[in-house]
Every structure is written in structure tokens, then in C-alpha cells.
Design a protein around this ligand. Sequence first.
Ligand SMILES: [Zn+2]
Length: 293
Amino acid sequence: MPFTCRLKMDSSAPKRARACKEETVFEGYLHDVTQMKTSGNNDDFFNCYLQTSRDKYRRCVVFDATKHGDYGMSAADRKPLKISSAGTIWCKFNPGQLDICIRRGSIKKVLKSLDFDYIEKPSIPNSVEESLVPESVARQRLEVEQQEEVEQQEVEQEEVEEEEEEVEQEGITAVREPVCGIHLAYQRQCSSCNEGQLAFNIKAINHRCEACGFYQKVGSNVKAATGTVWVNKGDVKLTLKLTSTVLMTYLSQNNLQGLLAGVQLVEEHFLAGVFEIKYNVNNEVVVVTTGNV
Ligand SMILES: [Zn+2]
């Protein structure tokens, strides 16, 4: 994100994107909160879905970056919600469809109940929208550490023998083993430079970024999850540092956002499965998957 863009976003004057119409109240459950996006007009926004009945999921456009973390948590909580002072906006992708438009002044409240239950949103393959989901895990760069370099060669040789199909691509190392340890942490990241904040005080009003010095409202800092995964391959221990983008993308691509309700749930998910990682000579991870044996 360009620095100037963020400065604009955090100014007290709200930005107007495409005009929202009507003052309307919507009730339902939140699903599938995307990462932050920037429109052609340089407006910061994200998308999500509001399940407004048993089988209806309305697309939402949220023009308020400060709501991003909160909406993510609400989607994970699966609680019934009421969103007021919202509006509607013509969908960019489906002519004639009105999306829900949520702005700075919109208010989200938890309701006691609704007359329909939370139902997992079916995924819509091959829609225009899916192609707008940010980078896949495969394009993320991970830090792969090896305890001893000599041992890495052994891994590569073993993999060539055992999984020839997996290593057809030149210079790709594949490791497919159970996760033996994982440590995840939720943290806040600077909305300008994305650096994790170590001394973050949720009760403060403002916070100065420890990396870039950007002074911003506490709520503007982005909620993020980062972690480290250990995989044993014989005597070799691989340490994989998972960035927030990788973790969040992995969870959303596998429809596991519900696990974000607790760090431990995500950790248990990883511990229960086999972790497969493929990376190239520059330690750029090309595939990360988990699954059952
Ligand atoms: Zn910063």
C-alpha cells in the first residue's frame, strides 16, 4: 500500500467512493471477509457476505479500513448481527444486482438471535469475484530455515527418490510430513508498513508504529496472525515462518475462517494433518497444503 494512500484513509474526513443509496438496516451472519483492496479510484475497501436468510448471501462492499479486523472477527464468531445506516450499491460484476454498502457511519451490533441459523456459505467457483481474491498461498514468499545445511541435501535427495512426480519442476524441494510443532500469535500490524507491533496496548487511543513511526488510531492497526511451523523430516528440522498473508489466505481458501475464533483451533488444525511444502532454491514457497494422511 502506498503511504500516501493510507494517510488519506486515516484523515477525519470520510472518503466517498461510488455513492451509496438509501438508509437501510440489514440482519444476518457475516461470511468470507476478504483482505483489504484498493479500487481504481484509490479507495480502500474490502468485501464480505451477509447471510440474510437461510440460503441467501448478499455481497457487501465495506468502504472503511478500520472495520476490517472487527468484521473478520465477527465472521469467525458466527453471531447474528444487525448492520444499520448501511445502503446499497450496484454490483460491479453482476449487472442488476444490488450489493450492501457499508461506510464509516454504518453500525454493526450483535443480536440475541435470528430466525435462521448460520450456514456455511457455499463457494462459487469460477466467478469473476473469485479471481479478485488476493494472492494465493503459492505466490507467497516464506522463510525456510534449515538447522544444518548438510542435511538439506539429504532431504532433496530423498525427495527425488520418493516423490519423483512431486519434484519434476527444476529446483523444487518437496517435504510432506506431519507437523510436529506450531506456534501462532495474533498481533497488530501497522496499517502503513505492515510491521508487527510488539508493545501494542489495546486500551490506548493512539499508537506509534515501532518500525515506521506512523502515528495512528489503535483501531487502524490491522489484526493479523503470524506463526512458526516445525516439520521433522528424519533428523532434519524445517522451520517455516508463516506470514499473516499466508495464514489468512490459507484459512480462507480452505474455508476455515471459523477457526480464527481461537489461535489454538488453528494450531490444532495444523497439528492434526500432514503438512506439505514445496519451495524453490530461493526459499520461495510454491505450494503449502495440509490434509489428512
Ligand atoms: Zn509502520
